[in-house]
Design a binder for this molecule. Structure first.
Ligand SMILES: [Fe+2]
Length: 233
């Protein structure tokens, strides 16, 4: 993949806010992560911490406070422009997060990054997404290629329900296994993705993984469209 593809790009999915989930572990590590993104050409990044049953302390207010503290500590030293969003697990805590208002991905405050567990979709997930759409939110399904239960008929049903899809860049490297890579390439070629993110949890080895990605001309063209879409966020 040409190294210039990320020039001017926006990373819309990351776990760069330190010590709030399974992502970055310290302020210093996070600054390294941001410097890494800058080195790849990114100019913007969204911190999208996990909101899920596993992290009950991650209320909207708590995350906003930690984000502000991070900005204050970083001062003028931020390598890229930052904004705050969230990644919302469709689990038993989802409706609580819905009630406090989602941290969205975009300026119009409608795009909500949602994920399901890797093994199965919560039986209530369809209804939860229906309810958020009734309130004017637009679900973006994080890394659909990674869900073991998902296949093309399911992806087509999701698209019929007008969910948007976000590709995890590293899925194309095989980092999440061969089935995820194959599904990612198929969804990419079929033009079913809308956005792309790194879902960065740590920096180690990511440089090598990104360099190892080989794309056909069609796949690269599709990826460039996603990177353009990201710029609208
Ligand atoms: Fe994530």
């Amino acid at each position: 993949m040409p190294s210039s593809v990320f020039e001017g790009a926006c990373d819309m999915h990351s776990h760069l806010l330190p010590r709030v989930d399974d992502g970055f572990k310290s302020f210093e590590e996070s600054m390294e992560g941001l410097a890494f993104l800058k080195g790849k050409g990114f100019v913007k990044a969204k911190m999208t911490p996990h909101f899920m049953r596993d992290y009950p302390e991650n209320t909207r207010a708590a995350i906003e406070q930690k984000y502000q503290a991070f900005l204050q500590k970083a001062g003028d030293n931020l390598p890229v422009e930052l904004t705050l969003g969230g990644e919302y697990m469709l689990d038993s805590h989802f409706l609580e997060r819905f009630e406090e208002g989602f941290l969205t991905l975009d300026k119009t405050q409608s795009l909500v990054l949602c994920e399901t567990s890797y093994m199965m979709m919560d039986p209530m997930a369809k209804e939860m997404l229906y309810q958020v759409m009734l309130k004017g939110y637009q679900p973006v399904i994080a890394h659909p290629e990674r869900y073991m239960y998902a296949n093309m008929p399911i992806y087509k049903r999701w698209k019929e329900r007008e969910y948007l899809f976000q590709l995890n860049l590293l899925s194309l490297s095989g980092y999440y296994g061969k089935p995820a890579e194959e599904k990612a390439r198929q969804l990419l070629k079929e033009g079913m993705y809308d956005y792309v993110g790194t879902d960065l949890h740590r920096v180690s080895n990511v440089e090598n993984l990104i360099s190892s990605i080989r794309l056909s001309k069609k796949e690269l063209d599709r990826l460039l469209i996603l990177l353009e879409n990201n710029k609208t966020l």
